[in-house]
Design a protein around this ligand. Structure first.
Ligand code: XBP
Ligand code: MG
Length: 236
């Protein structure tokens, strides 16, 4: 079957963003007088949990058993995450994080060919806009039929919720779509929704288990090869 839609993960797939997320978290912690510092080795462990607010809570539960939680803990985490998002989007708007090789060309060519494009991410809509405004231009939304972000579903990846939501919005069956992911959590999420999944690895995810993926690529710098593997002919 020819595919009708490509569903993109964001962090790690459209751009190598995780280290910018990590730095933004650390800046937010320092600004809130918390002596927390997430180095690369620790962040690698924390990436087990998707979603920034969920990741902060996982850190507190698993690594800070003696932390005395403020009375309104949910609000505390929410505020910390808002500060983190503002630092992160500033980094994006300053052009610090380019799209990965082949991504802009894939998006423009697939769109021109009439293949629908969608986003399925655990990150916030603000972060997606900031990344794609810089990477694709202020009219980036014209490329995407569906934009599934952050808190719109109850359970984040590896749960399939966000992919189920995107499929419903696209009005397509899993068999008519493919997903592009970079992580084990993302792969499990897409596979649990019944979608064929292709993986592009990055420094944080290169040693993860990608059993079940249709194919694993270093990146999409060789787009003709990718088109061949996924079985589409694009208008270039
Ligand atoms: C990756 C994530 C995100 C980001 C942080 O999401 O796990 O949690 O690290 O983003 P995906 P927020 O690969 O699905 O795009 O702080 O905005 O939640
Ligand atoms: Mg990802």
């Amino acid at each position: 079957m020819t595919i009708k839609a490509i569903i993109f993960d964001v962090d790690g797939t459209l751009a190598d963003t995780e280290d910018a997320h990590r730095i933004a978290f650390n800046t937010a912690f320092a600004e809130n007088n918390l002596d927390w510092n997430w180095d690369v080795a620790l962040y690698d462990k924390l990436l087990k949990v998707t979603g920034g607010k969920e990741r902060i809570k996982y850190f507190v539960e698993s690594f800070l058993p003696d932390f005395s939680k403020p009375a309104d803990y949910d609000r505390f985490v929410k505020n910390l995450h808002l500060v983190k998002t503002s630092h992160y989007t500033t980094m994006l708007r300053n052009g610090l994080i380019p799209l990965r090789p082949g991504i802009k060309q894939l998006i423009t060519e697939a769109h021109r060919t009439g293949i629908k494009l969608a986003i399925a991410t655990t990150t916030t809509p603000e972060n997606v806009s900031a990344l794609l405004e810089v990477g694709l231009g202020t009219n980036w939304e014209k490329y995407f039929s569906v934009n599934g972000c952050g808190d719109i579903v109850p359970n984040k990846k590896p749960a399939p919720d966000i992919y189920h939501w995107v499929l419903r919005e696209l009005k397509l069956s899993p068999a008519e779509c493919i997903a592009l992911e970079d992580s084990n959590n993302g792969l499990r999420s897409a596979l649990a929704a019944g979608i064929k999944t292709y993986v592009t690895i990055n420094p944080y995810t290169c040693t993860q288990d990608f059993t079940g993926a249709e194919a694993v690529f270093d990146d999409l710098s060789d787009l003709p090869r990718f088109y061949k593997v996924i079985g589409v002919e694009v208008v270039s």
